[in-house]
Design a protein around this ligand. Structure first.
Ligand code: FES
Length: 144
């Protein structure tokens, strides 16, 4: 006798396979998402250099998620993106690290190796730069 199948399981399996093709990031071991503000005020204190320093440091350690043809690692554990103003305009450059909810202020390119080494790799907030920490909610559901 044939085992019963459930339509919802088939749909989820099909959907997950399709999602893996459309968004390979869902199979990467992502641990952190780093946002660097490139709004007007943060740009005035050279947040572009902060962004470049993260990019360089994370690439050098093979941690930066992204396409191999762009020199990144498809199995990297850190996503790096720019963002718009978050309200730290007078204390930029602003850098946010999730899922930890840590908001760093007055970040300069020279601070980046310390944030990567201490926070991203060893889970220690760099307190001299941390201005705010949002409450962290419980674990998110696993979709695929
Ligand atoms: S411009 Fe970066 S926080 Fe406002």
């Amino acid at each position: 006798m044939k085992a019963p199948t459930f339509m919802i399981e088939d749909q989820l399996n099909d959907e997950c396979e399709r999602l893996e093709t459309l968004a390979p990031i869902i199979t990467a071991p992502i641990r952190h998402h780093v946002f660097v503000c490139t709004g007007k005020s943060c740009s005035a204190v050279d947040s572009a250099a902060v962004m470049a320093a993260f990019d360089q440091e994370l690439r050098a350690r093979n941690l930066l998620f992204g396409k191999e043809k762009k020199g990144k690692n498809p199995k990297g554990s850190i996503v790096l993106t720019e963002c718009g103003s978050v309200g730290f305009c007078a204390v930029g450059a602003a850098v946010m690290v999730y899922p930890d909810g840590v908001w760093y202020a007055k970040v300069r390119a020279s601070d980046v190796p310390e944030i990567v080494e201490r926070h991203l790799l060893n889970g220690q907030v760099v307190e001299r730069l941390a201005l705010m920490q949002l409450p962290v909610e419980s674990a998110q559901p696993e979709l695929c």
